[in-house]
Design a protein around this ligand. Sequence first.
Ligand SMILES: Nc1ncnc2c1ncn2[C@@H]1O[C@H](COP(=O)(O)OP(=O)(O)OP(=O)(O)O)[C@@H](O)[C@H]1O
Length: 295
Amino acid sequence: MILACAEQVSRRYGEVLALDRVDLTVRAGELVGLLGPNGAGKSTLMNLLVGLRRPTAGRVELLGGDPRDPASRRQLGVTPQETGLPGTLRVGEVVDFVSAHYPDPVPRGELLDRFGLTDQVRRQTGGLSGGQRRRLAVALAFVGRPRLVLLDEPTTGLDVEARHALWESIRGFHAEGGTVLLSSHYLEEVEALAQRVVVIGHGRVLADDSVAAIRGIVGVRRVSLVADDLPALPGVVATERVDGRFQLLTTDADQLVRDLVATGVTFRDLEVRPTSLEEAFLAITAGDRPAPTPA
Ligand SMILES: Nc1ncnc2c1ncn2[C@@H]1O[C@H](COP(=O)(O)OP(=O)(O)OP(=O)(O)O)[C@@H](O)[C@H]1O
Protein backbone atom coordinates (compact mmCIF):
# COMPACT_ATOMS: atom_id res chain seq x y z
CA MET A 1 0.00 0.00 0.00
CA ILE A 2 1.34 3.41 -0.99
CA LEU A 3 1.37 5.97 1.83
CA ALA A 4 3.05 8.85 0.04
CA CYS A 5 3.97 9.50 -3.53
CA ALA A 6 5.22 12.16 -5.88
CA GLU A 7 4.74 11.78 -9.61
CA GLN A 8 6.80 13.89 -11.98
CA VAL A 9 6.84 16.65 -9.42
CA SER A 10 8.57 19.93 -10.14
CA ARG A 11 8.82 22.93 -7.86
CA ARG A 12 10.13 26.29 -8.85
CA TYR A 13 11.03 29.22 -6.58
CA GLY A 14 11.31 32.09 -9.04
CA GLU A 15 14.39 31.33 -11.10
CA VAL A 16 15.39 28.31 -9.00
CA LEU A 17 14.14 24.91 -10.11
CA ALA A 18 14.29 23.18 -6.71
CA LEU A 19 12.70 19.93 -7.95
CA ASP A 20 12.72 18.68 -11.48
CA ARG A 21 10.27 15.89 -12.40
CA VAL A 22 10.76 13.86 -9.25
CA ASP A 23 9.12 10.48 -8.71
CA LEU A 24 9.00 8.96 -5.24
CA THR A 25 6.86 6.26 -3.72
CA VAL A 26 6.81 5.32 -0.04
CA ARG A 27 5.00 2.08 0.79
CA ALA A 28 3.59 0.97 4.13
CA GLY A 29 6.27 -0.50 6.39
CA GLU A 30 9.22 1.03 4.55
CA LEU A 31 11.99 3.11 6.12
CA VAL A 32 13.26 5.23 3.26
CA GLY A 33 16.25 7.54 3.42
CA LEU A 34 16.35 10.68 1.32
CA LEU A 35 20.00 11.47 0.83
CA GLY A 36 21.55 14.48 -0.81
CA PRO A 37 23.84 17.46 -0.36
CA ASN A 38 22.80 20.96 0.71
CA GLY A 39 20.29 22.52 -1.60
CA ALA A 40 19.49 19.23 -3.35
CA GLY A 41 15.75 19.63 -2.85
CA LYS A 42 15.10 17.29 0.09
CA SER A 43 13.19 19.76 2.23
CA THR A 44 11.23 21.00 -0.75
CA LEU A 45 10.09 17.45 -1.51
CA MET A 46 9.12 16.86 2.11
CA ASN A 47 7.23 20.15 2.25
CA LEU A 48 5.25 19.15 -0.83
CA LEU A 49 4.45 15.72 0.62
CA VAL A 50 3.12 17.23 3.85
CA GLY A 51 1.10 19.90 2.07
CA LEU A 52 3.12 22.92 3.20
CA ARG A 53 3.74 23.86 -0.40
CA ARG A 54 2.19 23.05 -3.74
CA PRO A 55 4.06 21.54 -6.65
CA THR A 56 4.54 23.77 -9.70
CA ALA A 57 3.86 20.69 -11.83
CA GLY A 58 3.12 17.04 -11.16
CA ARG A 59 1.10 15.34 -8.46
CA VAL A 60 1.64 14.50 -4.79
CA GLU A 61 -0.47 12.17 -2.70
CA LEU A 62 -0.41 11.55 1.03
CA LEU A 63 -2.24 8.72 2.78
CA GLY A 64 -4.60 8.36 -0.14
CA GLY A 65 -5.50 12.04 -0.52
CA ASP A 66 -4.28 15.53 -1.24
CA PRO A 67 -1.71 16.53 1.39
CA ARG A 68 -3.27 19.99 1.57
CA ASP A 69 -6.48 18.44 2.88
CA PRO A 70 -6.18 18.21 6.71
CA ALA A 71 -7.96 14.82 6.64
CA SER A 72 -5.00 13.35 4.71
CA ARG A 73 -2.62 14.51 7.43
CA ARG A 74 -4.37 12.92 10.41
CA GLN A 75 -2.11 9.89 10.46
CA LEU A 76 1.03 11.81 9.64
CA GLY A 77 3.84 12.82 11.99
CA VAL A 78 6.39 15.43 10.89
CA THR A 79 9.55 17.03 12.19
CA PRO A 80 10.58 19.84 9.88
CA GLN A 81 14.18 20.92 9.54
CA GLU A 82 13.62 23.94 11.70
CA THR A 83 11.23 23.93 14.60
CA GLY A 84 10.25 26.59 17.08
CA LEU A 85 9.12 25.53 20.53
CA PRO A 86 7.46 28.00 22.89
CA GLY A 87 10.38 28.81 25.19
CA THR A 88 8.42 29.34 28.38
CA LEU A 89 6.41 26.12 28.20
CA ARG A 90 7.74 23.10 30.02
CA VAL A 91 8.59 19.94 28.08
CA GLY A 92 5.64 18.09 29.65
CA GLU A 93 3.28 20.92 28.76
CA VAL A 94 4.37 20.93 25.13
CA VAL A 95 3.80 17.18 24.90
CA ASP A 96 0.37 17.53 26.56
CA PHE A 97 -0.57 20.33 24.18
CA VAL A 98 0.31 18.33 21.09
CA SER A 99 -1.22 15.12 22.53
CA ALA A 100 -4.53 16.89 23.01
CA HIS A 101 -4.94 16.99 19.23
CA TYR A 102 -5.03 13.21 18.91
CA PRO A 103 -7.63 10.61 19.90
CA ASP A 104 -5.14 8.06 21.27
CA PRO A 105 -1.81 9.73 21.98
CA VAL A 106 1.24 7.91 23.29
CA PRO A 107 1.25 8.46 27.08
CA ARG A 108 3.58 11.32 28.04
CA GLY A 109 5.87 9.23 30.23
CA GLU A 110 6.31 6.60 27.55
CA LEU A 111 7.11 9.16 24.86
CA LEU A 112 9.62 11.05 26.99
CA ASP A 113 11.24 7.81 28.03
CA ARG A 114 11.55 6.66 24.43
CA PHE A 115 13.31 9.89 23.48
CA GLY A 116 15.48 10.19 26.58
CA LEU A 117 13.71 13.27 27.90
CA THR A 118 12.23 11.94 31.15
CA ASP A 119 14.51 14.08 33.32
CA GLN A 120 13.57 17.20 31.37
CA VAL A 121 9.79 16.92 31.83
CA ARG A 122 9.63 20.02 34.07
CA ARG A 123 12.22 22.08 32.20
CA GLN A 124 11.12 25.03 30.10
CA THR A 125 11.94 24.32 26.46
CA GLY A 126 13.89 27.59 26.31
CA GLY A 127 16.32 26.09 28.83
CA LEU A 128 16.98 22.89 26.92
CA SER A 129 20.21 22.23 25.08
CA GLY A 130 20.06 22.28 21.29
CA GLY A 131 20.19 18.49 21.22
CA GLN A 132 17.40 18.12 23.78
CA ARG A 133 15.25 20.56 21.85
CA ARG A 134 15.81 18.59 18.67
CA ARG A 135 14.89 15.34 20.45
CA LEU A 136 11.69 16.89 21.69
CA ALA A 137 10.84 18.17 18.20
CA VAL A 138 11.32 14.66 16.82
CA ALA A 139 9.38 13.05 19.70
CA LEU A 140 6.38 15.26 18.91
CA ALA A 141 6.12 13.68 15.46
CA PHE A 142 5.31 10.37 17.16
CA VAL A 143 2.76 11.55 19.76
CA GLY A 144 -0.33 10.77 17.69
CA ARG A 145 0.70 7.19 16.77
CA PRO A 146 1.12 8.14 13.10
CA ARG A 147 1.21 5.61 10.28
CA LEU A 148 3.76 7.67 8.42
CA VAL A 149 6.49 9.90 9.81
CA LEU A 150 8.54 12.41 7.82
CA LEU A 151 11.72 13.55 9.50
CA ASP A 152 13.79 16.29 7.88
CA GLU A 153 17.39 15.90 9.03
CA PRO A 154 16.29 14.69 12.46
CA THR A 155 19.73 14.34 14.02
CA THR A 156 21.28 17.65 12.96
CA GLY A 157 23.07 19.17 15.94
CA LEU A 158 23.02 16.00 18.02
CA ASP A 159 26.15 14.46 19.50
CA VAL A 160 26.99 10.85 18.71
CA GLU A 161 25.23 9.39 21.74
CA ALA A 162 22.05 11.37 21.21
CA ARG A 163 22.11 10.53 17.52
CA HIS A 164 22.32 6.81 18.25
CA ALA A 165 19.56 7.05 20.84
CA LEU A 166 17.34 8.76 18.29
CA TRP A 167 18.13 6.09 15.71
CA GLU A 168 16.97 3.49 18.23
CA SER A 169 13.64 5.29 18.68
CA ILE A 170 13.13 5.52 14.94
CA ARG A 171 14.02 1.84 14.52
CA GLY A 172 11.57 0.94 17.31
CA PHE A 173 8.75 2.76 15.54
CA HIS A 174 9.59 1.04 12.28
CA ALA A 175 9.84 -2.39 13.95
CA GLU A 176 6.29 -1.94 15.19
CA GLY A 177 5.09 -1.42 11.62
CA GLY A 178 5.56 2.35 11.25
CA THR A 179 6.60 3.89 7.94
CA VAL A 180 9.35 6.51 7.82
CA LEU A 181 10.79 8.88 5.26
CA LEU A 182 13.84 10.65 6.61
CA SER A 183 16.25 13.04 4.99
CA SER A 184 19.90 13.27 5.78
CA HIS A 185 23.25 14.52 4.54
CA TYR A 186 24.89 11.50 6.07
CA LEU A 187 25.22 8.20 4.30
CA GLU A 188 26.13 6.71 7.67
CA GLU A 189 22.76 7.72 9.08
CA VAL A 190 20.80 6.40 6.14
CA GLU A 191 22.83 3.20 6.26
CA ALA A 192 22.09 2.74 9.94
CA LEU A 193 18.35 3.08 9.45
CA ALA A 194 17.03 2.61 5.95
CA GLN A 195 16.74 -0.32 3.59
CA ARG A 196 16.09 1.90 0.63
CA VAL A 197 17.78 5.14 -0.33
CA VAL A 198 16.59 7.82 -2.69
CA VAL A 199 19.44 10.09 -3.69
CA ILE A 200 18.60 13.62 -4.72
CA GLY A 201 20.95 16.07 -6.37
CA HIS A 202 20.14 19.34 -8.07
CA GLY A 203 16.44 18.67 -7.76
CA ARG A 204 16.53 15.29 -9.50
CA VAL A 205 16.34 11.73 -8.29
CA LEU A 206 19.80 10.37 -9.07
CA ALA A 207 19.28 6.92 -7.63
CA ASP A 208 16.57 4.94 -5.89
CA ASP A 209 18.02 1.68 -4.70
CA SER A 210 19.08 -0.53 -1.80
CA VAL A 211 21.54 0.83 0.75
CA ALA A 212 24.17 -1.65 -0.49
CA ALA A 213 23.88 -0.45 -4.08
CA ILE A 214 24.17 3.19 -3.06
CA ARG A 215 27.10 2.34 -0.82
CA GLY A 216 28.89 1.08 -3.91
CA ILE A 217 28.32 4.33 -5.74
CA VAL A 218 29.35 6.56 -2.87
CA GLY A 219 32.41 4.46 -2.13
CA VAL A 220 34.18 6.38 -4.89
CA ARG A 221 37.71 7.62 -4.08
CA ARG A 222 39.59 10.54 -5.59
CA VAL A 223 43.15 9.77 -6.62
CA SER A 224 45.03 12.88 -7.58
CA LEU A 225 48.57 13.32 -8.85
CA VAL A 226 50.80 15.49 -10.97
CA ALA A 227 51.99 14.03 -14.29
CA ASP A 228 52.63 15.26 -17.80
CA ASP A 229 50.27 12.77 -19.29
CA LEU A 230 48.39 9.66 -18.27
CA PRO A 231 47.39 6.58 -20.25
CA ALA A 232 43.82 5.31 -19.98
CA LEU A 233 43.48 3.27 -16.77
CA PRO A 234 40.89 0.63 -15.93
CA GLY A 235 38.31 1.30 -13.20
CA VAL A 236 38.35 5.10 -13.56
CA VAL A 237 34.83 6.54 -13.41
CA ALA A 238 35.79 10.11 -14.24
CA THR A 239 38.94 12.07 -15.01
CA GLU A 240 39.59 15.76 -14.65
CA ARG A 241 42.67 17.90 -14.93
CA VAL A 242 42.68 20.92 -12.66
CA ASP A 243 45.68 23.23 -12.29
CA GLY A 244 48.02 20.59 -13.70
CA ARG A 245 46.76 17.84 -11.37
CA PHE A 246 44.96 14.81 -12.64
CA GLN A 247 41.91 13.91 -10.57
CA LEU A 248 40.77 10.35 -11.07
CA LEU A 249 37.61 8.98 -9.50
CA THR A 250 37.51 5.25 -8.88
CA THR A 251 35.81 2.70 -6.67
CA ASP A 252 39.11 0.84 -6.11
CA ALA A 253 41.90 3.28 -5.33
CA ASP A 254 44.38 0.55 -4.33
CA GLN A 255 44.07 -1.20 -7.67
CA LEU A 256 44.29 2.09 -9.54
CA VAL A 257 47.54 2.99 -7.83
CA ARG A 258 48.96 -0.48 -8.61
CA ASP A 259 47.93 -0.07 -12.27
CA LEU A 260 49.41 3.39 -12.35
CA VAL A 261 52.78 2.20 -11.10
CA ALA A 262 52.71 -0.70 -13.57
CA THR A 263 52.37 1.72 -16.50
CA GLY A 264 55.79 3.14 -15.64
CA VAL A 265 54.53 6.68 -16.12
CA THR A 266 56.31 9.34 -14.07
CA PHE A 267 54.11 11.00 -11.49
CA ARG A 268 54.49 12.80 -8.18
CA ASP A 269 52.51 14.16 -5.26
CA LEU A 270 49.99 11.30 -5.10
CA GLU A 271 46.93 11.81 -2.91
CA VAL A 272 44.04 9.46 -2.22
CA ARG A 273 40.99 10.71 -0.41
CA PRO A 274 37.30 9.91 -0.12
CA THR A 275 35.03 11.95 -2.29
CA SER A 276 32.26 13.87 -0.63
CA LEU A 277 28.77 12.66 -1.30
CA GLU A 278 28.28 15.59 -3.62
CA GLU A 279 31.47 14.92 -5.56
CA ALA A 280 30.67 11.24 -5.89
CA PHE A 281 27.27 11.92 -7.35
CA LEU A 282 28.48 14.68 -9.59
CA ALA A 283 31.06 12.27 -10.94
CA ILE A 284 28.53 9.54 -11.53
CA THR A 285 26.02 11.81 -13.18
CA ALA A 286 28.69 13.59 -15.22
CA GLY A 287 29.60 10.25 -16.82
CA ASP A 288 28.30 11.31 -20.20
CA ARG A 289 29.76 14.81 -20.05
CA PRO A 290 33.09 15.43 -21.81
CA ALA A 291 36.03 15.81 -19.40
CA PRO A 292 37.15 19.44 -18.99
CA THR A 293 39.98 20.52 -21.27
CA PRO A 294 43.37 20.35 -19.57
CA ALA A 295 44.43 23.67 -18.00
N1 LIG B 1 11.44 29.47 -0.10
C1 LIG B 1 12.39 29.42 -1.02
N2 LIG B 1 12.62 30.47 -1.84
C2 LIG B 1 13.58 30.42 -2.79
N3 LIG B 1 14.39 29.36 -2.99
C3 LIG B 1 14.23 28.31 -2.20
C4 LIG B 1 13.23 28.27 -1.17
N4 LIG B 1 13.32 27.08 -0.53
C5 LIG B 1 14.30 26.41 -1.13
N5 LIG B 1 14.85 27.13 -2.14
C6 LIG B 1 15.94 26.70 -3.03
O1 LIG B 1 15.58 25.44 -3.56
C7 LIG B 1 16.72 24.57 -3.63
C8 LIG B 1 16.42 23.30 -2.83
O2 LIG B 1 16.36 23.64 -1.44
P1 LIG B 1 15.97 22.61 -0.31
O3 LIG B 1 15.90 23.36 0.98
O4 LIG B 1 14.78 21.84 -0.72
O5 LIG B 1 17.23 21.63 -0.31
P2 LIG B 1 17.71 20.59 0.77
O6 LIG B 1 18.15 19.38 0.02
O7 LIG B 1 16.68 20.39 1.81
O8 LIG B 1 18.98 21.32 1.37
P3 LIG B 1 19.59 21.30 2.86
O9 LIG B 1 20.21 19.96 3.00
O10 LIG B 1 20.59 22.40 2.80
O11 LIG B 1 18.46 21.54 3.80
C9 LIG B 1 17.88 25.40 -3.12
O12 LIG B 1 18.53 25.96 -4.23
C10 LIG B 1 17.24 26.47 -2.26
O13 LIG B 1 18.02 27.63 -2.23
